[in-house]
Design a protein around this ligand. Structure first.
Ligand code: ADP
Ligand code: MG
Ligand code: MG
Length: 251
């Protein structure tokens, strides 16, 4: 599904290399987690994959189902099936949540050459998805993320994901700032979307989210590279011993 080879990325503004040769393959239907100390480049990786400005790829490649995504515009990446849930969801004053979701969905359908979903069909569709995530009608009508609590923002991101139905979902610290109940709701939402044709990259600093979203593979990132790969037990090792042991072992 997602294949990243020897990816090197620097900041455009200053001459600072952040990613120093990331290699990562996420097969279809799998959930991979990336853990790592603060500042190791986890968010940078998700930003570069989404096409955010300010980063320059100096070497390497990233493909989604064999297609080069680094050459695509952010909207093209989304239409190709890539979705990113961010650590800090943006607020969009003046745009109702439901309108935003329908516009986003129809833009993607159009880009794929599919028919737009009618207002009536969309209403049925969104109500069903929202109910499963315990999102009430009020939250659908309010402006996107404006005045939402931390937990509501995260649930809203999962709703966006459920509506768009992407193939490759990247979640960057979706657990940060969540209490246990909200985290569990987010995890349940992700688990409900797990599917043979859909892959996840779950980026998290802490192990606790991975108690609820069981990853198939865990990667440790440090200083701009994946330095260790293992099974779910690797996350527990981090939880118990921190990153110091793994980093010392690598050095
Ligand atoms: P993580 O998500 O693992 O905590 P980040 O990808 O956010 O790591 O950051 C990796 C490194 O790149 C850090 O040293 C951070 O300070 C630096 N960095 C990222 N973006 C910028 C930026 N726009 N300007 C300056 N430094 C940046
Ligand atoms: Mg960070
Ligand atoms: Mg980060």
């Amino acid at each position: 599904m997602l294949e990243i080879k020897n990816l090197h990325v620097k900041l455009e503004e200053e001459d600072k290399q952040i990613l120093k040769g990331v290699d990562l393959t996420v097969p279809a239907g799998k959930v991979h987690a990336i853990m790592g100390p603060n500042g190791s480049g986890k968010s940078t990786l998700s930003y570069v994959l989404s096409g955010r400005d300010g980063y320059e790829v100096t070497e390497g490649a990233a493909t989604l189902e064999g297609e080069d995504i680094l050459d695509m515009e952010p909207e093209e990446r989304a239409a190709a099936g890539l979705f990113l849930a961010f650590q800090y969801p943006v607020e969009i004053p003046g745009v109702g949540n439901m309108t935003f979701l329908r516009t986003a969905l129809n833009a993607q359908r159009k880009a794929r050459g599919e028919d737009e979903m009618s207002a009536g069909d969309f209403l049925k569709f969104i109500r069903e998805k929202a109910k499963a995530l315990k999102i009430d009608g009020d939250m659908l009508k309010r402006p996107v993320n404006v005045g939402f609590s931390g937990g509501e923002k995260k649930r809203n991101e999962i709703l966006q994901m459920a509506v768009l139905g992407p193939k490759m979902c990247i979640l960057d610290e979706t657990d940060s700032g969540l209490d246990v109940d909200a985290m569990k709701l987010v995890a349940d939402g992700v688990n409900a979307l797990r599917d043979e044709g859909r892959s996840f990259l779950v980026i998290t600093h802490y192990q606790r989210l991975l108690d609820h979203i069981q990853p198939d593979v865990v990667h440790i990132m440090a200083d701009g590279r994946i330095v260790k790969t293992g099974g779910p037990e690797l996350a527990l090792e981090v939880e118990n011993n921190g990153y110091a042991d793994i980093l010392a072992e690598m050095a």
